[in-house]
Design a protein around this ligand. Structure first.
Ligand SMILES: Nc1ncnc2c1ncn2[C@@H]1O[C@H](COP(=O)(O)OP(=O)(O)OP(=O)(O)O)[C@@H](O)[C@H]1O
Ligand SMILES: O=P(O)(O)OC[C@H]1O[C@](O)(CO)[C@@H](O)[C@@H]1O
Ligand SMILES: [Mg+2]
Length: 320
């Protein structure tokens, strides 16, 4: 009988629980024995490994966070640390490992396969959408919708007080959350790390908007651009509107996953189990043009270049 384990690693994202449920149910359905690992690679190293049952994953498809807990273990970059962690899995006779996490977690899974032959399959779970080989990562859509909800609320108060809001959103070095929140939220400007933004241009847009009688401005700033307070100070030298900064922070990582994220997590979870059943490892699953696809784990970072210049142009064109 095949034995597989599941862990969640890096920043949590909405839909991780949905993926855990899908993997566990699909694997048990196929007659596999399933183990959970608490706290990501840290738990793998510290032997926090336990049998996962159908009851454990019951009723969690709609729950944010991760029942397996998540952690960051920088020491996992050390091959000796990975060897100790791999030995723990082998102790239980586990040969397949589903890693739900972002690009960093995929690096760990890649090395476990290359160095120790553990049949790792990565499911992209991060709000950042910074993984190649998938159009969307699990959690991104939910985080995007949280940002849109926040932008709507900020528009109300910004209008009442005729203010300019700088809204800082997460995404690490990826501008997708900011760019698509700006497009869907009807923002007055966007700053993303992939494209050089000029404060002069933003100031220009604000002046033009006000000249047209518009009462508010929402500028979405990706965290990867730099210090939003410094951006505020620079902007304040160029416009005479009252400026406020809202940093959305970890609220973007919580709450129930959207239908999109639940369906994505489920499809990818089931495919991950099929791949292990086929004896495959060192792979990631993703969604590309509506199809579930597989790539080598290293594809995730070696092919990463996701910014859409045309969508950035659309966001700017509609900012006025
Ligand atoms: N180069 C690497 N080699 C081995 N393991 C790594 C490497 N990079 C990251 N990891 C492991 O993966 C964990 C999670 O990585 P990271 O903090 O980058 O998050 P992530 O998986 O990219 O998710 P997110 O970006 O959404 O937080 C790290 O704490 C570490 O244990
Ligand atoms: O939860 P932490 O450790 O504060 O990390 C925050 C980072 O994690 C993410 O939420 C997910 O990678 C990033 O968007 C953000 O930069
Ligand atoms: Mg990451």
């Amino acid at each position: 009988m095949k034995k597989i384990a599941i862990l969640t690693s890096g920043g949590d994202s909405q839909g991780m629980n949905t993926a855990i449920r899908a993997v566990t149910k699909a694997a048990i359905n196929k007659g596999m024995e399933v183990y959970g690992i608490r706290r990501g690679y840290k738990g793998m190293l510290e032997d926090q490994i336990f049998p996962l049952t159908l009851l454990d994953v019951s009723g969690i498809a709609d729950k944010g966070g991760t029942i397996l807990l998540s952690a960051r273990l920088p020491e996992f970059k050390d091959p000796e640390v990975r060897a100790k962690a791999a030995a723990n899995l082998k102790k239980y006779g586990i040969d397949g490992l589903v890693v739900i996490g972002g690009d960093g977690s995929f690096h760990g899974a890649h090395y476990l396969y290359e160095e120790h032959g553990i049949k790792t399959i990565g499911i992209p779970g991060t709000i950042d959408n910074d993984v190649a080989g998938t159009d969307y990562t699990v959690g991104y859509d939910t985080a995007l919708n949280i940002i849109l909800d926040a932008i709507s609320k900020l528009k109300d108060t910004a209008t009442s007080h005729e203010r300019t809001y700088l809204v800082e959103v997460m995404g690490r070095n990826c501008g997708d959350l900011a760019l698509y929140a700006a497009i869907a939220g009807g923002a007055s400007g966007v700053m993303i790390p992939e494209t050089e933004s000029s404060i002069d241009n933003i100031a220009d847009v604000i002046r033009k908007r006000r000249a047209e009688g518009k009462l508010y401005d929402i500028i979405v700033v990706a965290e990867g651009v730099g210090n939003v307070m410094q951006i505020k100070d620079e902007l304040a030298k160029k416009v005479d509107t009252s400026i406020r900064v809202t940093i959305l922070g970890h609220i973007q990582r919580g709450g129930a996953p959207t239908a999109f994220d639940r369906i994505l997590a489920t499809r990818l979870g089931v495919r991950a189990v099929e791949l292990i059943e086929e004896g495959k490892g060192g792979l990631m699953v993703g969604i590309q043009s509506e199809e579930v696809t597989t790539h080598k784990l290293s594809y995730a970072w070696e092919n990463y270049s996701k910014t859409s210049a045309s969508d950035y142009a659309i966001a700017n064109m509609l900012s006025l």
